[in-house]
Design a protein around this ligand. Structure first.
Ligand code: FAD
Length: 478
């Protein structure tokens, strides 16, 4: 059976399912094709994010945080809790239940919006014809006036650390360990490595992260990255070995020997498990027939313009498979933009205000430029910071780690970047994103009233500090 659609979206991750819903809302006859199956073999929508990415990792981060907080920190507030322990099997069931709620929610939303959901592996045969192979190897062809590719990304494999059972694993494997590794090695101190390392360290693993680069979180502001490294090492005991390249790994029985090189010296250590978290590559292999002529860049990403249009007029590509940060919200907004432009609207995205968050403890979040980037671009700037320790609500929360820094243009005072390290950085950053989208100046933020006591006041105070008149911290002499 073949069917014609106005739009076929391939991939039901946060980029694809959002694009499909928005297309259907705008009156297009829309199908969304996805091949993902859960461990029981059932189709599961929501892509990497809902199944093996953002959502399960945040569920485990939340549980592990509650565990350590109850064990170590509640007594400081006068609450004595004895015999605190966790049951990993139940923790994993909780995580799976969160995933299930989300993924079935996506299925419900597609249905409610009249999107035809098709399960199977899609291949674009021509610019208007998509072949879908189901799990019994039956093939069906569908036709579409427009195709939106949203097929996401996969972890990069490492030749020096090949996956082996549940001993050498990728991020997906690391979300489902059935016991807490006594000693855990992680390759890569990027966002995923830090978050997974935090989970297992809080559950009791001795964690060592090997990072080939000399600099920690080079994409983040230097002060914030420094603050985070200090806090992670102090609070979780995670060792972050910078400038250290894993050169080999060999498994014997239930352990892995990791060989690494630092300053020209070769060493090795035994671990129970090794997580390979060295980045992700786009899923562009074998999804588009070469005769279509779709242009990829040298790293395999689909080439698109700022509106996510490819070199083929009716084919669009969004999310992790195109340039830009591999983040769920970036893909979702690209999906909305493509749908709306297909409907004749002039929707554009502001790629300069994509929020980034690392869900460690404290969390780290930023938007816009770092000082280093502005220096390189020769843009004059000024900064204002405020420490969480001077905020009443943070004190009451018993978490005063971190700071907030606002960077504004030296002459115009327009906010160019905001960088936060704090317990609630993922929530605080939204204020900065909104401010920057309305091209607010630090003076504008300083003139606004913020509820007291709230952690949000730190954004206000950092803006005042930039003006030289913060109230609750001593101002830097200019
Ligand atoms: P995906 O979510 O990868 O979805 C693509 C879908 O396409 C998949 O379901 C796939 O099965 C399907 N597909 C692929 N090929 C085909 C085909 N030929 N036919 C049919 N279907 C196909 N991002 C954040 O913003 N915040 C976070 O906190 C965060 N945490 C993360 C934690 C981890 C551990 C990981 C691994 C990632 C995390 N990410 C996070 C990144 C986020 O998951 C991705 O940026 C996001 O999922 C990308 O969305 P997407 O729709 O482009 O692709």
């Amino acid at each position: 059976m073949s069917e014609n659609f106005d739009v076929i979206v391939i991939g039901a991750g946060p980029a694809g399912y959002v694009a499909a819903i928005r297309c259907a809302q705008l009156g297009f006859k829309t199908a969304c094709i996805d091949k993902f199956v859960d461990p029981s073999g059932s189709p599961s929508l929501g892509g990497t994010c809902a199944n093996v990415g953002c959502i399960p990792s945040k569920a485990l981060l939340e549980v592990s945080h509650n565990y350590t907080n109850t064990k170590n920190d509640l007594s400081k507030q006068g609450i004595d809790v004895y015999g605190v322990k966790f049951d990993l099997k139940k923790v994993m069931s909780y995580k799976d239940s969160v995933v299930k709620k989300l993924t079935s929610g996506v299925a419900m939303l597609l249905k409610a919006n009249n999107v035809t959901s098709i399960h199977g592996t899609a291949k674009l045969l021509t610019n208007q014809s998509v072949e879908v192979t189901d799990n019994k190897n039956n093939k069906t062809n569908y036709q579409a006036k427009n195709v939106i590719l949203a097929i996401g990304s996969t972890p990069i494999e490492c030749k020096d650390a090949k996956y082996h059972k549940d001993i050498i694993v990728d991020s997906t494997g690391a979300l489902s360990f059935n016991e807490v590794p006594k000693r855990l090695a992680i390759m890569g101190a990027g966002v995923i490595g830090l978050e997974l390392g935090s989970v297992w360290a809080r559950f009791g693993s001795e964690v060592v992260i090997f990072e080939a680069m000399d600099e920690f979180l080079p994409m983040a502001d230097k002060d914030i990255a420094k603050d985070l490294k200090k806090n992670i090492e102090k609070n979780t005991g995670i060792k972050i070995e910078l400038g250290t390249k894993v050169t080999n790994s060999t498994t014997t029985g239930n352990s892995v020997k990791v060989t690494y090189e630092k300053d020209g010296e070769i060493s090795d250590q035994e671990f129970d498990k090794l997580i390979v978290a060295i980045g992700r590559i786009p899923n562009t292999n074998n999804v588009v027939d070469p005769s279509v002529g779709l242009k990829l860049d040298t790293r395999g990403f689909v080439e698109v313009d700022k509106y996510c249009a490819t070199n083929i007029p009716n084919i669009y590509a969004i999310g992790d498979m195109v340039r830009g940060p591999m983040l769920a919200h970036k893909g979702s907004e690209e999906g909305v933009m493509v749908a709306e432009r297909l409907a004749g609207k002039k929707t554009e995205l502001n790629y300069d205000t994509i929020p980034n968050v690392v869900y460690t403890s404290p969390e780290v979040a930023w938007v816009g430029k770092t000082e280093d980037e502005l220096k390189k671009e020769g843009i004059p700037y000024k900064t204002g910071s405020f420490p969480m320790i001077a905020n009443g609500r943070s004190l009451a929360h018993n978490d005063v780690r971190g700071l907030i820094k606002i960077i504004a243009h030296e002459q115009t005072d327009t906010i160019l970047g905001v960088h936060i390290s704090a317990a609630d950085a993922s929530e605080l950053i939204a204020q900065a994103v909104i401010s920057m989208n309305f091209t607010a100046s630090s003076e504008d933020i300083g003139l606004i009233m913020f509820a007291h006591p709230s952690v949000s006041e730190t954004f206000h105070e950092a803006a005042l500090a930039l003006q030289g008149h913060a109230i609750h911290t001593v101002n830097r002499k200019k």
